[in-house]
Design a protein. Structure first.
Length: 161
């Protein structure tokens, strides 16, 4: 990029071009929400891996445990197993997956302003959801896992001198 190029203009042109190419909403608020959810989901996963690494004694155990938690979260995230196909008695398991809140927030963000959006959200079992509640839950996951990692590091790992 040329040093005299306006960064905001470059960003807006890049954003609008990519948004139209992949068919996402072109609204800048929807784009900001999209980026925020993606970044927070990544940070929740990173924080979860920190908690696991702080609690288990070996690297191999941490990797194995994280893979189990990751597969669990992916399966109950809403995009592999649809929430509407789960038995009623197991619906609460969805709320233990941070991917579910990310996926729900992104789906609502994308489909809420489209004519066919309510039907899509109902098919996905996400009708009645709120994208800002999903974002808030992700932030709570993130903060909670950061605090848990700090507590685990403080109480479980003492420096030996």
């Amino acid at each position: 990029m040329h040093p005299n190029t306006n960064t905001t203009t470059h960003h807006n042109t890049h954003h609008n071009t990519l948004t139209y190419q992949v068919g996402l909403q072109a609204d800048w608020k929807a784009f900001i929400y999209f980026v925020a959810v993606i970044l927070i989901v990544i940070n929740v996963g990173f924080s979860l891996s920190q908690v696991i690494a702080a609690v288990v004694p070996t690297t191999n155990m941490a990797i194995s445990l994280y893979m189990l938690v990751l597969v669990y979260s992916l399966l109950l995230g809403g995009f592999i197993v649809s929430p509407s196909t789960l038995p009623a008695a197991t619906q609460w398991l969805l709320y233990t997956s941070y991917f579910f809140f990310g996926f729900q927030g992104l789906c609502i963000n994308e489909f809420e302003k489209k004519d066919y959006g309510p039907a899509v959200l109902k098919d996905l079992g996400m009708d009645g959801g709120n994208k800002y509640v999903a974002l808030g839950v992700l932030v709570m996951y993130w903060v909670g896992l950061r605090v848990a990692a700090l507590i685990a590091l403080h109480f479980l790992h003492k420096e030996k001198r």
